[in-house]
Design a protein around this ligand. Structure first.
Ligand code: CIZ
Length: 302
């Protein structure tokens, strides 16, 4: 029996469901029960009947699953797979900005730690950030921590955004440059360029389409075009290619690889299922305190 078969056998025996983010290694995506973005996976985690959720992504995603479905055992292949963007927002800074802007609502990107989510009126993902910000009943919205997603949202809504921290960024997306984009366009002149809103504003402006990972999948699937240059973490190309075998996908840059997402491996998945650890624990009062803002996002996204 190979590793994938062994994982699937154990998952079945323990009534575990495997959730994998679009940025996971292809061999992990291929055996997951669900592959998706963090909005999708949050919805799946809140609805599952499984006893165990094996979450292959980064820690804030598994924490979100635990917060939404606290009776389930949530396991991760590698507990040190953290999101560098999530750690750029500091609780004391957020509290200070909130104090300085008492009339403003706070929308936080799902890429934040659970204890900061407690301070949010609503959470968003890149799939719904503009819709969620627009739904807030204040003219000013405190938004964090990604400055590039904030740029995208401010173009799509009539809200004034206060970005906290103003310098927040995803290192994997932020490094994609205009030079990369122009080079890719030169190599693939017939391709549409589709990028993620965590990319820098210049790259967003030069692209044919800007969307979350699920939005990228939808755009490429529905488009009559055959070739696409993709500006997001390169794990996404596996799903795009698998679901669109007649189309061609090229990375905007070969180096758009999130080292944290890639920390999860089949070996670690098997070990997590066998030993039932590492387990994600979110202590009270953070667990209950952060649930409302996440649940509100799910309700506004239906
Ligand atoms: O929301 C997510 O899952 C992330 C991190 C990216 C995307 O657009 O799916």
């Amino acid at each position: 029996m190979n590793l994938q078969e062994e994982i699937l056998r154990l998952a079945k025996q323990k009534n575990a469901t495997i959730l994998a983010h679009n940025y996971q290694r292809s061999e992990i995506q291929d055996i997951a029960d669900h592959v998706g973005d963090s909005l999708d996976l949050s919805q799946k985690a809140s609805d599952t009947n499984a006893d165990i959720i094996l979450f292959c992504g980064v820690k804030f995603m598994a924490e979100t699953a635990k917060i939404l479905n606290p009776k389930k055992k949530v396991l991760v292949p590698d507990v040190s797979a953290l999101c560098p963007l999530a750690d750029q927002l500091k609780l004391d800074e957020l509290v200070k900005v909130k104090r300085q802007n008492p009339g403003a609502k706070t929308v936080l990107y799902i890429n934040t730690n659970a204890w900061e989510k407690v301070e949010a009126d609503c959470i968003c993902t890149s799939a719904n950030a503009d819709k969620i910000v627009q739904a807030m009943d204040s003219d000013t919205v405190i938004f964090g921590p990604d400055q590039n997603l904030a740029y995208y949202v401010s173009k799509k809504t009539d809200k004034r955004l206060i970005v906290a921290p103003p310098t927040g960024l995803c290192p994997t997306h932020h490094q994609m440059s205009m030079d990369d984009l122009l080079e890719a366009k030169e190599k693939h002149p017939n391709a549409k360029v589709v990028v993620h809103p965590e990319c820098i504003p210049e790259v967003q402006e030069a692209a044919d389409w800007v969307a979350s990972t699920n939005g990228i999948l939808r755009y490429c699937t529905e488009s009559k075009t055959r070739e696409f240059v993709i500006g997001t973490e390169n794990g996404m190309l596996h799903r795009l290619q698998k679901e669109n075998p007649a189309k061609l996908f090229y990375p905007l840059s070969e180096t758009t690889i999130c080292p944290n997402m890639k920390m999860n491996t089949l070996d670690k998945m098997l070990s997590a299922l066998k030993n039932e650890k590492p387990e994600i624990i979110v202590p009270e009062p953070t667990l209950s305190g952060s649930r409302n803002a996440i649940q509100r996002m799910l309700d506004l996204s239906r």
